[in-house]
Design a protein around this ligand. Structure first.
Ligand code: UDP
Ligand code: MG
Length: 351
């Protein structure tokens, strides 16, 4: 008995037309399921610290992009980095409205680097992006970034700003100096003006997660792990609302993190300076001995001696300080403290 006979030997026999419609319906459902199964998932990590104003604006800006990129399955993973305003409440409301929006909430402010790490460790996507919530990282770039990863042989698409308009001059100057110094003394090339906004494939995300150091400097980590990265440029965009969370002091600490995390050259500088001063002192001793032998030993020259003592002790303190910087980082690493602590999450099993 063949399929046709089975289908037609019921009380109410199926007509050929009904069978065709049934098979067509099955094919459509199977096709849809296959498309869903095959559709990639993109997790977007969005660190937020006191961003109650910018959060809804960000979500509204993401809606058309997510629609445009259908059938890609999105997961918007908001990280509340210990905000003291209503950021967490906004995240909870978004989660209720749209289950694609998920959140993690820290027990205190652990910093953007910790938020990025938390996001990477909980992301479930085949592709993972890191984005600021203030729309300084344009969501409209996402389709292009995704297309590059799908069609070209890159593992990551990163972004950098082509200019620094709207930024105080002193900040631009310090930032430029930082890139000059770090690229001269570190083997890891840090792209000038690089932003944290990037889209990565899963293999790169896993590599970044392998680097579970406590003192984190993502711009360096993303370069250190290697993989092929394509750089896109865009003009600086002003914040959609609210204010920058980066004071000059925070930026200075962050740049020290970069330098100590990716170069040991300052330690060598300490030894080079030590050697240089030994040589100088040796030459000076010889000069003084010869001068005393020729012209006798009048009690003069104490101001220059004081200056030399000040300078040499200054250099010594500087070198001790450099060693101290590295020692303090090593000290913190050996404690193996968690990079972040969660107090709440949309997926309760995450805590
Ligand atoms: N951010 C964070 N923790 C912090 C500081 C900032 O999660 O301790 C987030 C912030 O909410 C924003 C992103 O990091 O989404 C970038 O911060 P901001 O816009 O203040 O920095 P800028 O763009 O001025 O460098
Ligand atoms: Mg910003």
């Amino acid at each position: 008995m063949d399929l046709y006979q089975i289908l037609t030997t019921h009380n109410r026999p199926w007509s050929i037309r009904e069978i065709v419609i049934f098979v067509f319906f099955l094919a459509v459902v199977a096709g849809f399921l296959l498309l869903r199964l095959k559709a990639h998932r993109i997790t977007i990590i969005i660190p937020c610290f006191n961003e109650e104003e910018t959060l809804p604006v960000y979500y509204q800006a993401m809606l058309p992009v997510m629609k445009q990129m259908n059938p890609v399955d999105f997961e918007l993973l908001f990280i509340d980095d210990g905000s003291s305003d209503h950021t967490l409440l906004e995240m909870k409301q978004l989660h209720q409205k749209d289950p694609r929006c998920k959140y993690l909430s820290f027990s205190r402010n652990f910093g953007k680097e910790a938020a990025i790490y938390a996001g990477l460790s909980k992301a479930s996507g085949d592709y993972v992006a890191v984005m600021d919530v203030d729309l300084q990282d344009p969501p409209s770039l996402l389709p292009e970034m995704y297309k590059i990863l799908i069609e070209e042989e890159y593992d990551s698409v990163a972004t950098r700003r082509s200019d620094r308009t709207g930024e105080p001059q002193i900040r631009s100057f310090l930032s430029d100096s930082f890139y000059k110094i770090i690229n001269r003394i570190s083997k890891t090339e840090i792209m000038r003006g690089a932003r944290d906004f990037r889209l990565m494939k899963r293999n790169m995300v896993d590599a970044v997660l392998e680097m579970s150091e406590y003192n984190r400097f993502s711009k360096g980590i993303f370069e250190w792990v290697g993989f092929r990265t394509k750089w896109l440029e865009y003009e600086n965009i002003e914040r959609s609302a609210g204010e920058t969370k980066w004071s000059l002091k925070k930026l200075f600490v962050y740049s020290m993190e970069g330098i100590t995390g990716f170069s040991v050259a300052p330690l060598s500088l300490a030894s080079v300076l030590g050697l240089l001063f030994c040589l100088i002192s040796f030459v000076m001793i010889v000069v003084i001995i010869i001068r005393t032998l020729i012209w006798g030993d009048p009690v003069s020259g104490w101001p220059s001696l004081t200056c030399i003592i000040f300078m040499v002790s200054g250099v010594q303190l500087l070198c001790t300080g450099i060693v101290g910087q590295y020692l303090s980082k090593t000290y913190l690493e050996t404690k193996h403290r968690p990079i972040f602590i969660l107090k709440d999450s949309s997926e309760k099993e995450n805590i």
